[in-house]
Structure formats: C-alpha cells, structure tokens
Design a protein around this ligand. Structure first.
Ligand SMILES: Nc1ncnc2c1ncn2[C@@H]1O[C@H](COP(=O)(O)OP(=O)(O)OP(=O)(O)O)[C@@H](O)[C@H]1O
Length: 355
C-alpha cells in the first residue's frame, strides 16, 4: 500500500462517561468531554489525579470499566470493545523521549512509514524536519542532539504517519524552563499547521495556557471543568478549579442583589448575574488582577510580602479586617513590606461559591 501525501484529516474525539481503573478499583470515574477536529485539548491536574490513566485509555493501553471513547465517529473503546493500540491510528509522545539511539534522525522519523513508498517516506521526513526546524539533520544520531531537538524529532516521528490524534504525555517536563517556554508555542504552531487534533497531559497550567484550545481540569479521577483557558481562569466551575488555576483568595461575602456582593473589599457591583439569593453568605474569589495598586485610592492595604516578576510586582496585602489578598502592580511601583498602599478593585464578573 502506498500512502498519499495529502494533508491530514483531523479527527474529533468524544469521551462519554468513561471509567477506568486497575484491579477493579476505579481511578478515573465517569469522565466526559468532546474535542473538536483540529483542536488541542489538555488534561490538567495535580499528580496522581488520573491524567495518564485517561490518556492511556484513549491510546488503547487500558480497557474501560464503563463508558465509551469515539474517534472520528468510530467507537474504539467500551467495556466490551477495545480496538488494539496499533489499529487506532493514534500517535504518542512521552516525557522520556525514547528515540531509537542506533537509528539516525531520518530513520527515527520514518520508523512508522513502512507501508509508504520510499520516495514518499523521504519526502515526508524532509517535510517534517523543515516543520520542526531541523532541516538537514537527517543523518545525525539522537545522542548528538540537545533535549529540545530530540523532543522535536520525537514529535516529528509521532506525526509522520498522519495519525488521527496525537497524545502528548508531559512531553516538556524533562526540559528546562527556558527551553520549555520556547518549545511549547512552536509545537502548538506545528500541530496547527498539520491540522492535527491532540491531547496534552500536564500538571503545569502555564504549559496548558500556551498550548491548548480547551482544558479539562482534573482532580481525584474526575473532570471538574472543560473550557477555554479564559473560562477556567475567569469562570471556574468549582472551588477546586478556582484554587488550582492561578493565584486567588476566597473572601467571605454577603449577596446584596442579583449582581452585587458585599465583603471586606466593600460593596462590589458586577456586570453578570451571579445566581445567588439575596443575603446569601458566600465566598468570593479574588484574583491578583482584580485588585490593582493605585496611589490615588483611599482604600488601602498593608504589604505583607512581595514578589518581583519582571513586568510587574505581585504583592500580598492585608486589609483592615486582617484578611490578606493578592494585588497586582506595575513593576515601577516598588513598595516595601509594611507600607500601606492604595488599592482599586476591578472585579466585574463575580465568582462565588456557597460557604
Ligand atoms: N498500573 C497501575 N496499577 C495500579 N495503579 C495505578 C497504575 N498506574 C497508575 N495507578 C494509580 O492510578 C492513580 C492515577 O495515576 P496516573 O498516573 O493516571 O495519574 P497522573 O495524574 O497522570 O499523575 P502524574 O502527574 O504524577 O503522572 C494513582 O493513584 C496511581 O498510583
């Protein structure tokens, strides 16, 4: 069989009430999400929450206890059906890069192209090397490449046969922070260029934000929320998502109308209905970017700690009540711990949870 070199047809992925476990013990329970064709999804959560287990189930390495997985409308896993991994047309990239050390870069990338004609395989290798920024590296061996270059080759190898879906299991965690920051957006562009649907597993939210169109936030074997990066940060569906994503504090507050709340920050009028009853006692989520330093404001807080972040300062400030919150300030506003600074509140959509 010869393979056409036409562009990849991206596939969608649907998980419906998927439960997976080991030795009869559930590890991931009743998880559902849909990833549109050509999009990059992310499973984000703390260590041990079941991200890799779910990814391995999608790849076909773990059978389902119940539920269903579909790729491009075709059912590949249920409790009764388990299409073998090699017949799923799903590519994988792992944290431990695992290139074949005795094969050249070109041979590594061509490894899954045995059913392609030689000329098409060579063309595909050249195309991918150019795409991952390693044109001319065909004859090099893996040991002569940097970690970042090896990860690019691993990506090219996984993409070479044009899989329906690419699974990336913490592929950047072995790389240093600077390299990761450079590589992650590049890999996103490469996947978009190849129109390849992909799922990234990570516990690093900055990586998720830089890479994903859609993030599923997991804890203890459950997906708490699937949404865009903006949604999971600004509209967290659960307390766990609110605390796990970004910095933030919960302030005790009392509802004072359909889009109004009263707390230690005073009375705040939001711009969206929050859905809580009048006078309800709630916890209000306050992010660093909700409280800005403003020299002209009479509402003050006392700095209890500070971090210089280059473009800005992140302060922890104590309010009159003793509650401590984050405050965001431009990096020119270098104040000392113990100093009182003016604050303005920029909370327009109110995120609240029952107390
Ligand atoms: N082969 C296995 N047999 C039994 N239990 C397992 C097996 N693999 C994983 N587990 C357990 O399943 C749970 C979820 O593990 P999993 O590796 O899916 O989590 P994770 O979110 O990917 O964690 P990490 O980010 O640390 O890799 C953990 O409690 C783990 O100990």
């Amino acid at each position: 069989m010869t393979q056409q070199s036409s562009s990849n047809m991206a596939s969608d992925l649907t998980l419906s009430n998927v439960t997976v476990g080991y030795d009869g013990q559930q590890v991931v329970a009743q998880t559902s999400f849909h990833l549109a064709a050509g999009e990059i999804g992310c499973l984000l959560g703390p260590s041990g929450c079941g991200k890799s287990t779910l990814l391995r189930a999608i790849a076909g390495f773990e059978p389902l206890m119940s539920g269903q997985i579909e790729v491009a409308g075709q059912v590949i896993s249920t409790a009764e059906i388990n299409v073998p991994p090699e017949r799923r047309q799903i590519g994988m990239v792992f944290q431990d890069i695992a290139l074949f050390p005795h094969l050249t870069v070109g041979e590594n990338i061509a490894f899954g192209l045995t059913s392609w004609s030689k000329s098409q395989a060579l063309e595909r290798v050249d195309e991918l090397l150019a795409l991952v920024g390693l044109a001319g590296f065909q004859s090099r061996y893996p040991h002569s490449l940097s970690g970042g270059q090896q990860q690019r080759v691993a990506l090219a190898r996984a993409m070479a046969p044009k899989p329906k879906l690419l699974l990336l299991d913490e592929p950047f965690s072995g790389l240093d922070a600077k390299l990761r920051e450079e590589l992650v957006p590049d890999i996103r562009s490469i996947l978009l260029h190849e129109e390849m649907s992909a799922i990234l597993v990570t516990h690093d939210q900055m990586e998720a934000f830089a890479m994903a169109d859609q993030v599923s936030v997991m804890s203890d074997g459950e997906i708490h929320q699937t949404g865009t990066c903006y949604e999971i940060y600004h509209r967290p569906a659960t307390r766990f998502v609110a605390s796990f994503i970004g910095h933030g504090d919960f302030l005790p507050a009392t509802v004072c109308g359909p889009n109004c709340v009263h707390s230690d920050l005073g009375r705040i009028q939001g711009n969206l209905h929050h859905g809580f009853a009048d006078q309800a006692e709630v916890d209000l989520l306050v992010r660093p970017d909700d409280i800005l330093h403003d020299d002209d404001s009479e509402f003050v807080g006392v700095i209890v700690s500070k971090w210089f972040r280059g473009s800005h300062f992140l302060y922890r400030v104590s309010l009159a009540s003793g509650k401590v919150v984050y405050c965001f300030a431009s990096s020119h506003h270098d104040h000392s711990v113990g100093q009182a600074i003016g604050l303005t509140i920029h909370l327009d959509h109110l995120v609240m949870f029952n107390r």
